[in-house]
Design a protein around this ligand. Structure first.
Ligand code: DGL
Length: 290
């Protein structure tokens, strides 16, 4: 795909993407922290889940989505998906820079890791995330870079995002599944647990109950809002709007009605219309094939 020229425009929206509805938990925090900004959210629901994808697939999908958001004028991109951040962030930053867009690309793993290290008192931190995120080792790298003495207990949770994306009521079987994922963290006596998947805040109460009230939960949304604000200020890209609230809109690659129905529960704000789009293969398909 031909490079999309990046013309910094502070009235443009912030682009946010995820494999589905989970990133709406991040968008929710951004809407609260930056009420005057406009946002454009893209959920790649046709290819959910990302948590079982290979690093090459995640890099290819992320490039396609960045192209779609930048073509619609996004002034900054938030990768509101831990699986995509873990395997694709470095590639995406280089891709966006190389193709002349020049937009900042911000992922969720770094801000969450910094917050977890700042929060822990015992130095024992747990992380629950998708198989792709755990296999990438991204949290080990991020946490141990901040504090090499932290003991990090990582647990891959293959089914936990599905519980949230389904939108179905939580069953006893779901509770037992979550209990099994939480057991290694309880045994390690962590005092801080990173919810390393943007879908997990939906089951936050369940996880808090299983881990115990003494454990501090760290989520992507709260961790990332300050990073986004800082990036906008540093580049003089903060919206000129000083009063009222900005607009937000939604794109998805799967069924739009299903996305809107489940999505409104994650967003906890009115969703309005959701447009279904197809992502162009472009340069990203070359990467996937390679
Ligand atoms: N929201 C994705 C993440 O943060 C996980 C869901 C999925 O497997 O697609 O990793």
């Amino acid at each position: 795909m031909a490079p999309v020229p990046f013309a910094p425009d502070n009235t443009a929206p912030i682009g946010v993407f995820d494999s589905g509805v989970g990133g709406l938990t991040v968008l929710h925090e951004l809407l609260v922290a930056l009420p005057q900004e406009d946002f454009l959210y893209l959920g790649d629901s046709a290819r959910f889940p990302y948590g079982d994808r290979t690093p090459d697939e995640l890099r290819a999908f992320s490039r396609q989505i960045a192209d779609a958001l930048l073509a619609r004028g996004a002034k900054l991109i938030v990768v509101a998906c831990n699986s995509a951040t873990s395997s694709a962030l470095d590639d995406l930053v280089a891709y966006v820079a190389e193709h002349g867009h020049g937009a900042d690309v911000i992922g969720v793993v770094g801000p969450e890791s910094n917050l977890a290290v700042a929060q822990t008192r015992s130095g024992r931190i747990g992380v629950l995330a998708t198989p792709a995120t755990i296999a990438s080792g991204a949290y080990e790298r991020a946490v141990l870079t901040v504090d090499p003495l932290v003991r990090l207990t990582s647990v891959a949770c293959p089914q936990l995002a599905r519980i949230s994306q389904d939108g179905a009521p939580i069953t006893e079987a779901d509770v037992e599944l979550a209990r099994a994922y939480c057991t290694p963290l309880r045994e390690a006596q962590v005092d801080t647990a990173i919810l390393g998947c943007t879908h997990y805040p939906f089951v936050r109460s369940l996880l808090q109950r299983l881990l115990g009230p003494q454990v501090t939960l760290i989520t992507s949304g709260t961790a990332i809002a300050r990073r986004v604000q800082h990036a906008l200020e540093a580049r003089d890209l903060t919206t000129p709007r000083r009063t009222g609230e900005g607009r937000y809109s939604f794109l998805c690659t799967g069924d739009a009605a299903a996305f809107a129905a489940v999505g409104s529960r994650f967003l906890q704000l009115p969703m309005g219309a959701v447009d279904q789009i197809e992502l162009a293969a472009g340069d990203a398909s070359t990467l996937a094939a390679g």
